[in-house]
Write a protein that binds this ligand. Structure first.
Ligand SMILES: C[S@@+](CC[C@H](N)C(=O)[O-])C[C@H]1O[C@@H](n2cnc3c(N)ncnc32)[C@H](O)[C@@H]1O
Length: 267
């Protein structure tokens, strides 16, 4: 398991996770469709940002959404109850010690979690145990090495590198998107397919500038400023220049590109 969760659990991070999920719903979830009556385990549900989307587009499927954080589960329960969904039950649970017998779930869904664990193959193997034969696992992850932009900036790339390095120091891997196929293969899943989902943002897409470039991506990098400076991997002026240059990509003549990876496989 990860030593420490790099993004933390504060309210700004909760808002960022909601912005990320809402903005990317179409890109990431257009095919998150489950048959009526099936039982789906959502592992590492966080504050319920993806849960709401899954529950809405699959009103007849039953979701069991688990997380190790009581605080996140509390926020997720409130969000689902405020939206009036009745097809989700929440429990505290650790992916590495799942409180379920073998082969009870028809499908498993896991989004933006493997990047934070020290051994993603073990996580996938633990999830495989509770999945029925013939059931699917869906894994969605980003890859910070896939971020490029105009105007290009060495300082912006250095600020992003700080996030990659800090996450690696606590046992995570923010370059994991590119590894989904081999990870699923090593965890002995079958019929694996990985689909890259590119987000392309220019000034004709103000909703993506706000919801993705600023409120998801730049907010994430800004969120590690104190850790990056206190661990002396960068100095404050250099970090601030990187952030300024990232904001520069949101202007009239700027562009920002990032790729998520969505893996799907069978047990
Ligand atoms: C970046 S958040 C993603 C939350 C949600 N899936 C989303 O996409 O918005 C990662 C979540 O994984 C949870 N997590 C990390 N390790 C876990 C584990 N071993 N078992 C269950 N949840 C875990 C964290 O508590 C956190 O809520």
């Amino acid at each position: 398991m990860t030593k420490k969760y790099v993004h933390g659990y504060d309210s700004r991070e909760s808002v960022r996770l909601i912005d990320q999920a809402t903005t990317l719903a179409e890109i990431l979830h257009s095919d998150s469709i489950y048959p009526a009556g099936c039982n789906v385990l959502e592992a590492g549900c966080g504050v319920g940002a993806q849960t709401v989307i899954l529950a809405r587009s699959n009103p007849k499927a039953l979701f069991t959404s688990i997380d190790i954080s009581d605080e996140s589960l509390c926020a997720a329960r409130k969000r689902i109850s405020d939206e009036g969904f009745t097809n989700v039950s929440f429990s505290k649970g650790d992916i590495f010690n799942l409180p379920y017998p073998d082969e009870v779930f028809d499908h498993v869904f896991v989004c933006f979690v493997l990047e934070h664990v020290q051994n993603p193959i073990d996580a996938l193997t633990c999830l495989r145990r509770v999945l029925k034969r013939g059931g699917t696992i869906t894994v969605i992850e980003g890859d910070h090495g896939s971020a490029y932009f105009h105007p290009d900036s060495e300082a912006a790339r250095r600020a992003i590198r700080c996030q990659i390095d800090l996450q690696a120091r606590v046992g995570g891997n923010s370059l994991i998107g590119r590894q989904l196929y081999p990870l699923l293969k090593k965890a002995e899943y079958n019929n694996i397919s990985v689909s890259p989902r590119m987000v392309y943002v220019d000034s004709s897409k103000p909703e993506l500038i706000e919801g993705f470039t600023k409120n998801t991506f730049i907010a994430m990098i800004e969120g590690i400023k104190n850790q990056a400076i206190s661990t002396a991997i960068i100095n404050e002026p250099d970090f601030d220049k990187g952030i300024n240059d990232l904001y520069r990509t949101t202007k009239e003549d700027g562009t920002f590109i990032y790729t998520f990876f969505r893996g799907r496989a069978l047990k």
